[in-house]
Design a protein around this ligand. Structure first.
Ligand code: S3P
Length: 174
């Protein structure tokens, strides 16, 4: 059986860019949990945070993870950065396929996300916020992931190659 290829990591880790390229190369659909949430809610992630709060967003996120994990067609899934905070999400994703953690230093993540209002948790100090989130979430990413790909200084095409070869190796093992 072939499972999903699941990408986790902090905001700016490259989950969407690398995930879309992996999906193209594997000829699989690409699914982004944030996009699924936005479609179901009819609002953007920023709007959901502003009007419903983070807790309600996390509940929507859990629903999106459950939905994605029940799909039988093999997918490439990019997870919002906080998906791994919930142990049930971690377990469901690991059971549904191979979870790959795209890791990068906070300074580089901040440079990649740039300025903007789409990521409510970064507010006006992206480097500081990402450094704090990295410290807080490192154990959760480590617990979620079967594979770690260090992306520091690497172009998306190189990261894609590394993800795909790690994924192929993990599929052979399982
Ligand atoms: C979040 C990451 C975002 C989005 C939301 C919360 C987080 O997704 O789900 O703003 O808690 O790290 P990306 O990692 O795709 O930016």
């Amino acid at each position: 059986m072939t499972g999903h290829l699941v990408l986790v990591g902090l905001m700016g880790a490259g989950k969407t860019t690398v995930g879309q390229e992996c999906a193209r190369r594997l000829d699989r659909p690409f699914v982004d949990t944030d996009v699924e949430i936005e479609r179901t809610a009819g609002h953007t992630v920023a709007e959901i945070f502003a009007t419903e709060g983070e807790e309600r967003f996390r509940a929507r996120e859990r629903d999106a993870v459950v939905e994605v994990c029940t799909r039988t067609e093999p997918l490439v899934v990019a997870c919002g950065g906080g998906v791994i905070l919930d142990p049930a999400n971690r377990e469901a994703l690991r059971a549904a396929g191979t979870v790959v953690w795209l890791r990068a230093p906070a300074v580089e993540l901040a440079a990649r996300v740039g300025a903007g209002e789409t990521r409510p948790l970064l507010a006006d100090d992206p480097v500081g916020s990402l450094a704090r989130l990295e410290r807080e979430r490192e154990p959760a990413y480590a617990a979620a992931a079967q594979v770690v790909v260090d992306t520091a200084g690497l172009a998306p095409t190189t990261v894609t190659e590394r993800v795909l070869s790690a994924f192929a190796a993990s599929e052979v093992r399982s």
